[in-house]
Design a protein. Structure first.
Length: 412
């Protein structure tokens, strides 16, 4: 250990002639601690919300979608599914059809996104079966409340509430306007039975989605043996871009793929930007503490002028004097960073274990504050705090190093 760090540590721990300087140092330490703590907790909460939103969207939409340009239907998709299932990292493939439609229950009419899916395969690519809160994933033809055999339909919870669809087996009428270009032409109509209600926790999904079988969607939309695309689930969602690139290279026009990020690019981009903005804003707390560090060091230089002169007369170099005051400022930054990180980790861990910060379940899609701690967040927050503290030491250290030893000793 060099003499610079030894002296800096003694200065940090010693009682000074002017107690006000010590008070400012402690406030600086407290400021860095609070800033690091706030950053760690806020970033962990934002990670938690991002993880919850992502898992729910991905749980409904799968990791990849294979589609054709210009919404062209895909025929002979069975062989394509076999090809995809043989690829590395692919654990599930399921066909889908998506089209806008009108839905009527009693006197209530709503516009919906009608999604046709294969009930035998959908569980391999999404968490839809887990989201069903009433009824079941039974989309085949069975007798409804009126005794007639009808295919099943599953509605989002918010959509079902608006339609007053509450009884299993009750008739649900679906209208499709696809392909109708001539006025006064009757739209295609198909009657379904209510087979279940799902709740994903995402309002946009629960408010607009109606799910039917692939066979029923093909009949309603006049798409025999055709689908709009294939949903693909991977063993690791972070490989979506890699697998997507491989598929785009191996499959010719008109096929293309969309990753889970591309399907919801606006939402995920906004969450990333929000995280960066919050990091910058909360870093201002650490910057305020850095000004206190600079102020306390400047006053310490004024107080220790005689000691600086003695050190220089004994052979201490300009760089050595600078390092003394830089080390002292860094001690405040490092200690505050460690204390803030430990405190933030403790609070986040306690929330994960005991969930003592609840959320109203009728407003949010979860009933507790989500937390997800990431090592990189702790690293970047710590690096930013120590970096800002270091910058704050430069001016006082330079001023101390420029003191003339003879003048310093003469006037003290």
């Amino acid at each position: 250990m060099g003499y610079e760090f030894f002296i800096a540590r003694r200065y940090f721990k010693s009682k000074r002639k002017t107690g006000f300087i010590s008070l400012i140092t402690y406030f600086s330490l407290l400021g860095v601690t609070i800033g690091v703590f706030a950053l760690v907790v806020v970033l962990s909460v934002m990670n938690g919300f991002e993880s919850e939103v992502r898992s729910r969207f991905i749980g409904f939409d799968a990791h990849l979608r294979l589609q054709a340009f210009h919404s062209q239907p895909i025929a002979h998709y069975d062989s394509l599914m076999v090809q995809l299932e043989g690829m590395d990292h692919v654990v599930g493939v399921s066909p889908f059809i998506v089209e806008k439609a009108m839905i009527k229950v009693g006197e209530n009419v709503e516009g919906v996104i009608l999604k046709g899916t294969d009930e035998r395969r959908v569980g391999t690519v999404s968490d839809l079966p887990k989201y069903i809160v009433y009824g079941g994933l039974d989309l085949g033809e069975k007798p409804g409340a009126d005794g007639k055999k009808r295919p099943g339909i599953i509605l989002g919870r918010q959509l079902a509430d608006r339609l007053s669809a509450y009884e299993l087996g009750m008739p649900v009428i679906v209208f499709s306007l696809k392909g109708i270009n001539v006025p006064f032409v009757t739209p295609r109509v198909k009657i379904f039975r209510l087979a279940g209600i799902f709740e994903s926790g995402m309002y946009d999904l629960d408010n607009t989605i109606a799910i039917v079988s692939i066979k029923a969607a093909q009949q309603l939309l006049k798409m025999p043996g055709q689908v709009h695309g294939l949903e693909i689930k991977l063993d690791d969602m972070n490989r979506a871009a890699e697998v997507s690139d491989r598929l785009n290279r191996s499959l010719s026009y008109p096929f293309y793929t969309l990753t889970w990020f591309e399907m919801h690019r606006t939402l995920y981009s906004w969450m990333r930007l929000e995280k960066i903005v919050m990091f910058v804003i909360l870093s201002l707390i650490i910057m305020v503490a850095a000004f206190n560090i600079a102020g306390s060091l400047i006053m310490m230089v004024m107080e220790k002028t005689r000691e600086i002169g003695i050190l220089k007369s004994m052979g201490a170099t300009t760089a050595g004097i600078m390092r003394i005051f830089m080390f002292e400022g860094l001690l405040v930054g490092v200690l505050g960073t460690v204390l803030g990180s430990l405190l933030g980790f403790a609070v986040c861990w306690a929330q994960l274990k005991y969930q003592f910060f609840p959320l109203p379940a009728d407003i949010y899609f979860i009933d507790f504050l989500p937390i997800r701690m990431e090592v990189l967040d702790f690293f970047f927050v710590g690096a930013a705090a120590i970096g800002i503290s270091f910058v704050a030491t430069i001016y006082p250290a330079v001023k101390a190093a420029r003191l003339d030893p003879v003048t310093a000793i003469r006037y003290e």
